[in-house]
Design a protein around this ligand. Structure first.
Ligand code: PLP
Length: 449
C-alpha cells in the first residue's frame, strides 16, 4: 500500500465511512470527465465528484481565478456592514440567472448550511410578518437535504437520522415522493396525489404553523424521481393558497444538472427561495447559498429586522470569484446548452440497458439519471432488503474496478445513479452503459452463487 493510503487510513475520518481497515483510494488528478488515482488507475467520473464538477476537472481558468482573488484579497466577511466585489457580483449574476423576480442572495459554505439558512430566513420572515407560529416544514420521504441538525431534521433517510433522532426537531412532516414506478395509488400514469398530500399535510399541521415546503426539482435520494406533469404548478398553487413558502432545494439540480440553470426553468415554476451549492463553483472552491424573492427581504426591511444568522466563510471571496469564473465559462462555452442538446442521447443510451433482466426503469432528466434494479425486472419482482444490500455492496467495487465512478445505492430500491460532468458526450455515455452492464452481470452472478 502506498504511503498516502496508509496515512489516510491512520488519520482521516471518511464522511459516511467506516474507520478504514484498509487505505482508501486516493484520487490524485483530474482532467475533463476523467480522474486518476495514486496507483495510476484511470476512472470515468460519472458522478461529477459528488454531483459537483459540472464543468469538468482540470480547468486552469478556475484555478487562476482563485489564485488571483487570493492574492488581491483572500478573505473578508460579508457581515454587518461590509461586503466585497466577488460576492456582490455573484449575487447579481445569480439574480439574473434564477427564475422570475428572485433578486437577493445569502451565501453559505455549502448545501446543509444553505438549507438551514433558508429555514431560519423563513422563520424570521414570518416573525417579521407577525406570524410567529409558522415554523414547520413539509418535506418528502427518502429525501436528503444535508446532515447538520436542522437540515437533518428535513432529511428523511432512516439510517442517517437514527443515531441523532433524539436530537432532531419535531417540526417536519414527510410526504410521498414522485416515485411513479412504485406508486400503488394510480392505474396508468400518476395523478397529482403526491402534490395533494402536501396540502393534506399542511391542513393536518394547521396552515398557521407551516413555514415552508422543501423539495428538490428532481429528488436525488431514491434515484432521480422526476415530477409528474403539473406537479410543481400544483405545489406552487397549494403554497400560495396557505401562505406557505416554497423552497426549491437545488443543491444538486442547479447550474446545468437538469440542462437548465435552475429547476424553475426546467419545470416552469418560481419558488420563494432556492438553496444551491455544489455546481455553483463546479467544486473548485466550497460555496452555497439561498436565493430569495423580493417579498422575503421586504418583510425584514419593513420590520427593521436584521438576519440573526451568519457564517464566517459564507460568501468567501475566493469561492465567489471561482463561481463567477465557472458561470462565465459555462455561458461562454455553451456547456449547459451542450447538456441540454445531449440529454436525450444520454437517456437513449441508458435505455439500452432496459433489455437487462435486472433493469426495471431508467429515470431522470438532463445529466441526472438513475437505473432501478430488480430481481426480475420483467415481472416487477424486487430484491429483498438483504439481497439489495448485498447487491449494492458488490456493485460498488465492480463499477470502480472497471474504471467507472457512479453511485450504487440502496436508500430505497437498489439503483445505479449517474451525474457526469456536463461536458460528457457520446463516448462517455457508451462507457457508462458498457461498464454498468458488465458490473451488473458480475454482481448478479456473485449474488446467486
Ligand atoms: N440538499 C441536497 C438536495 C443535497 O443533495 C445535499 C448534498 O448532497 C445537501 C442539501 C447538503 O449539501 P452539503 O453536503 O454541501 O452540506
Amino acid at each position: 500500500m502506498n504511503d498516502i493510503r496508509t496515512t489516510a487510513m491512520d488519520h482521516l475520518w471518511l464522511h459516511f465511512g467506516h474507520i478504514p481497515s484498509e487505505g482508501p483510494i486516493i484520487i490524485e488528478r483530474g482532467d475533463g470527465c476523467y480522474l486518476w488515482d495514486s496507483d495510476g488507475n484511470k476512472y470515468l467520473d460519472a458522478l461529477a465528484g459528488l454531483f459537483v464538477t459540472a464543468i469538468g476537472h482540470g480547468r486552469s481558468d478556475l484555478a487562476n481565478a482563485a489564485s488571483k482573488q487570493a492574492e488581491t484579497m483572500a478573505y473578508y466577511p460579508v457581515w454587518y456592514s461590509t461586503a466585497h466585489q466577488p460576492a456582490a457580483e455573484l449575487a447579481a449574476k445569480l439574480a439574473e440567472l434564477s427564475p422570475g423576480d428572485m433578486d437577493r442572495v445569502f451565501f453559505t459554505s455549502g448545501g446543509s448550511e444553505a438549507v438551514e439558512s433558508a429555514w431560519k430566513i423563513a422563520r424570521q420572515y414570518f416573525l417579521a410578518r407577525g406570524e410567529p407560529d409558522r415554523m414547520k416544514i413539509i418535506g418528502r420521504e427518502t429525501a436528503y437535504h444535508g446532515t447538520t441538525l436542522g437540515a437533518l431534521s428535513i432529511t428523511s433517510i432512516p439510517p442517517i437520522r437514527a443515531p441523532f433522532e433524539p436530537m432532531l426537531n419535531q417540526l417536519v412532516t414527510h410526504v410521498s415522493t414522485t416515485n411513479q414506478l412504485h406508486c400503488e395509488r394510480c392505474e396508468g400514469p400518476c395523478s397529482l396525489h403526491a402534490a395533494d398530500e402536501i396540502e393534506a399535510a399542511i391542513l393536518e399541521q394547521g396552515p398557521e404553523t407551516v413555514a415552508a415546503v422543501v423539495l428538490e426539482p428532481v429528488q436525488n435520494s431514491g434515484g432521480c424521481f422526476t415530477p409528474m406533469e403539473g406537479y410543481w404548478q400544483r405545489v406552487r398553487e397549494i403554497c400560495d393558497k396557505y401562505g406557505v413558502l416554497l423552497i426549491s432545494d437545488e443543491v444538486i439540480c442547479a447550474f446545468g444538472r437538469l440542462g437548465t440553470w435552475f429547476g424553475g426553468q426546467k419545470f416552469d415554476y418560481v419558488p420563494d427561495m432556492i438553496t444551491f451549492a455544489k455546481g455553483v463553483t463546479s467544486g473548485y472552491a466550497p460555496l452555497g447559498g439561498v436565493i430569495t424573492r423580493p417579498h422575503i427581504a421586504e418583510a425584514f426591511q419593513q420590520a427593521d429586522e436584521l438576519v440573526w444568522h451568519g457564517i464566517t466563510f459564507g460568501g468567501h471571496p475566493v469561492s465567489c470569484a471561482v463561481a463567477l469564473a465557472n458561470i462565465e465559462a459555462l455561458e461562454a462555452e455553451g456547456i449547459i446548452d451542450h447538456a441540454a442538446a445531449n440529454q436525450d442521447l444520454f437517456r437513449m443510451k441508458l435505455e439500452s440497458l432496459l433489455d437487462h433482466p435486472n433493469v426495471a426503469e431508467v429515470r431522470g432528466t438532463g445529466y441526472f439519471y438513475a437505473i432501478e434494479l430488480m430481481k426480475d425486472a420483467r415481472n416487477m419482482v424486487p430484491f429483498t432488503q438483504d439481497e439489495a444490500s448485498a447487491l449494492v455492496a458488490v456493485l460498488k467495487p465492480a463499477l470502480l474496478n472497471r474504471g467507472l465512478i457512479a453511485r450504487a445505492d440502496g436508500r430505497g430500491a437498489p439503483i445505479i445513479q449517474y451525474s457526469p460532468p456536463l461536458i460528457a458526450g457520446p463516448d462517455e455515455f457508451d462507457q457508462i452503459v458498457e461498464i454498468s452492464r458488465a458490473a451488473l452481470d458480475e454482481a448478479i452472478t456473485g449474488l446467486s452463487s
